[in-house]
Design a protein around this ligand. Structure first.
Ligand code: B1M
Length: 210
């Protein structure tokens, strides 16, 4: 088993104590941060499939998530671009009712690496909090919304609509994403942009805030 496969297996098994060390060994052995990240994302995909098949339950999903976060902490400095100039201010959050944050944290990290000064509002963020944050700082040019559940897609829609209603679009662009989100849904709710993954979210962010 290669070191990268060991990282994926440890994330899948929720072996949080092992993951950081294995990630470091993989990097020291020549693997790129992106390769390690892709392996961990793949492992979470397997975890999701096992959950769907009733082979594992919420506690196992949670320990896998915590294990992945330990691995992400090791590669974070390698993904960040120290030379990035400020591209503008942004805020990010997972919409109301949704507690998933790994994808949102990765998007946050990549957008930060693209030169944005990004504030993380966390998970289960009510629409009012997004509006308050934008209104509090006229320099915010980008609002990023994440949702991982089909059941929280309506909350994303309500948040986007409330932001538009509050006149936020005169100040900032709205970028959305998350596993169940599509370009068609983004268009339907009036978002300015959609990205399927963290790397393209950073690209889209730069494109939207030129
Ligand atoms: Co949950 N969960 N979960 N879960 N969970 C999913 C999402 C699920 C697909 C699993 C499954 O059934 N196969 C399923 C949703 C089904 C659906 O809606 N159709 C599900 C469910 C049902 C649930 C609960 C309802 C389970 C229950 O209680 N019965 C519950 C809901 C809790 C709540 O939010 N209210 C729940 C709870 C949890 C945990 C708390 C245990 C844990 C989350 C821990 C945490 O995040 N700190 C968890 C986990 C870990 C998962 C899976 C296994 C992994 C999610 C993840 O981190 N993926 C997930 C299955 C899966 O994804 N295959 C699952 C890795 C991450 C890097 O990918 O988050 O997709 P992702 O992010 C990507 C892209 O989506 C995109 O970029 C990211 C990086 O490339 N992206 C954006 C994300 N945000 C973006 C924003 C952008 C642009 C791109 O622009 C702003």
């Amino acid at each position: 088993m290669s070191k990268i496969q060991e990282v994926a297996a440890a994330v899948e098994a929720g072996k949080g104590k092992l993951v950081a060390g294995l990630v470091q060994e993989a990097i020291d052995g020549g693997a790129s941060a992106t390769e390690v990240l892709d392996a961990m994302i793949g492992a979470m995909g397997v975890v999701g499939e096992k959950f769907k098949a009733n082979e594992i339950f919420v506690p196992e999903m949670l320990v896998a998530a915590r294990a992945m976060q330990k691995g992400v902490a090791v590669i974070k400095p390698l993904l960040a671009d120290a030379n990035a100039v400020s591209a503008g201010k942004a805020i990010i959050g997972t919409v109301s009712g949704d507690l998933h944050d790994i994808g949102k944290n990765l998007v946050c990290m990549m957008i930060e690496s693209a030169g944005f000064d990004i504030k993380d509002l966390g998970v289960d963020v009510p629409k009012e909090k997004f509006i308050e944050a934008v209104k509090a700082d006229p320099e915010i040019k980008l609002v990023c919304l994440s949702a991982l559940l089909t059941t929280t897609m309506p909350a994303m829609k309500e948040t986007a609509e409330a932001l538009i209603e509050a006149g936020v679009k005169e100040q900032a662009k709205i970028l959305v994403g998350g596993a169940p989100i599509t370009q068609a849904f983004a268009d339907e709710i009036g978002a300015d942009g959609y990205a399927p993954d963290a790397a393209s979210a950073a690209e889209k962010a730069k494109e939207l805030v030129k």
